[in-house]
Design a protein around this ligand. Structure first.
Ligand code: GRF
Length: 198
């Protein structure tokens, strides 16, 4: 399966995918897309010979569609991509775009709920655990069907930063598992088994 990974920042989820799916795998990461030239993951993709592109205008669906078509992308993975994907792209790749979210959905998602804000809200809610979540992307932020989650415990004294680090580790296991299942099925599917707690 030919996969594009979209990033905005550090790209640690991208690296987890690149590590998992090396040469000879049935998953080929053919393209990395960023809305920011400074996104650390771009260089890491290029080091491994993957085409890495900075969007001229992240809101321009023509640019997106041309890129995805040129690289014959079958699955789009949003891995820390922090902008809304243009509606025409979501429609064209319907059921073939997934996103990793660092908290339980739908409770801790939606516009403006990203990064530290998610962990701050989870801690404020006084829950015993949080989760890493992968879901299908539709036209609303964080609202598409959930495909898989990993529960992540909250420890006494956790801060948004300590919790973020624990959730990120869980994301690094969860996202490759969902991509592998998608490659086997030919399209994203819910994971048959829940992943073990982090
Ligand atoms: C992850 O926690 C992801 O869920 C969130 O942003 C973070 C991205 O991390 N949306 P990285 O860029 O993959 O290191």
């Amino acid at each position: 399966m030919r996969v594009a990974v979209c990033i905005s920042g550090g790209g640690s989820n991208l690296v987890a995918l690149l590590d998992e799916f090396g040469a000879g795998s049935d998953v080929e990461i053919v393209l990395v897309i960023s809305n920011r030239a400074a996104a650390g993951g771009l260089e890491r993709a290029r080091e491994r010979g993957v085409t890495a592109v900075v969007l001229g205008d992240p809101d321009d669906e023509v640019e997106w569609i041309a890129l995805l078509e040129r690289h014959q992308v079958q699955l789009v993975v949003l891995a820390g991509y922090l902008k809304l994907v243009p509606r025409a792209v979501i429609q064209r790749w319907q059921g073939r775009i997934i996103n990793v979210h660092p908290g339980p959905l739908p409770a801790f998602g939606g516009q403006g709920m990203y990064g530290r804000r998610v962990h701050t809200a989870v801690l404020a809610a006084g829950l015993g655990e949080t989760a890493a979540t992968v879901h299908l992307v539709d036209e609303e932020y964080d609202r598409g069907p959930v495909l898989a989650t990993v529960p992540v415990p909250i420890h006494p004294g956790d801060t948004p930063e300590t919790l973020a680090a624990r959730v990120l580790e869980a994301e690094h296991r969860l996202l490759p598992a969902v991509v592998r299942a998608a490659a086997r099925a030919g399209h994203p599917i819910p994971l048959p088994e829940p992943l073990e707690q982090a």
